[in-house]
Design a protein around this ligand. Structure first.
Ligand code: DX5
Ligand code: ZN
Length: 227
């Protein structure tokens, strides 16, 4: 995959929550393609993060596409609020609802993109049925809930499997490779493995916010190494 086909999505979860608007502007100035916003409920995952009002504040601060990853039960009930708050894509967890198809369809009816996320232990086969009903598949490369965890290399097989199926069946999005996102422990080293396996949307928190030495350098490095 060419470098410019790789989408870099800094996770604002790793930023300074005391100045979210400035952090959103910093991500934009550093040359990111989208901002990844994690929302957690303390039940589906054992942690809490931002909510719709913080998302709206980020939306006011930037023109970047807002890639919202919700780690919560009953995702259906939050969709409209998140759309009103500026979400451009809502990715929810396969494991968090029995209404996967209805939830995907409803998100799309709200004129935003629909993503479907899978925890590391969930078999990749479950994704196949939904490939033509969603705009992105997220294969978590850590257990969702916390930043700064170690990358789980076993997930690469799942990425490879879904990419192979997309290629075989000719599943694309806007005449480009279907978006397969990875999230968790992505840095300049693991990004190479992710892209080699077929991922084309890279979420990265800790690595990008620590800078290398700046966020722009870190993003450039991700793009270059992930060729
Ligand atoms: C974890 C979140 C991630 C997290 C990634 O549940 O979904 O988006 O912010 O952070 P790093 O890159 O530090 O693993
Ligand atoms: Zn995330």
């Amino acid at each position: 995959m060419k470098t410019n086909d790789i989408i870099i999505a800094p996770s604002i979860f790793a930023s300074d929550f005391g100045c979210l608007a400035e952090e959103a502007k910093r991500i934009e100035a550093a040359g990111a393609d989208v901002i990844h916003v994690d929302i957690m409920d303390g039940h589906f995952v054992p942690n809490l993060t931002l909510g719709p009002r913080a998302l709206a504040a980020i939306n006011r601060a930037t023109d970047l596409f807002l890639d919202v990853h919700i780690m919560l039960y009953n995702p259906f009930s939050f969709i409209e609020t998140l759309v009103e708050s500026g979400a451009d894509r809502i990715t929810f967890h396969f494991e968090a609802t029995e209404d996967v198809e209805d939830t995907l369809a409803f998100i799309r009816r709200c004129n935003v993109e629909a993503g479907l996320a899978f925890c590391p232990d969930t078999p990749a086969d479950f994704a196949l049925k939904f490939l033509d009903q969603c705009d992105l598949i997220l294969m978590m490369t850590v257990s969702p809930g916390f930043g700064g965890q170690a990358f789980l290399p076993d997930v690469l097989e799942k990425v490879r499997f879904v990419r192979d199926v997309c290629k075989k069946l000719g599943i694309e999005k806007n005449k480009k490779p279907f978006p397969i996102q990875v999230d968790g422990g992505v840095d300049a080293k693991t990004a190479v493995q992710c892209v080699e396996a077929g991922a084309n949307v890279l979420v990265s928190g800790t690595y990008l916010f620590k800078g290398d030495p700046t966020m722009k350098d870190a993003i450039d490095k991700l793009r270059l190494t992930a060729r």
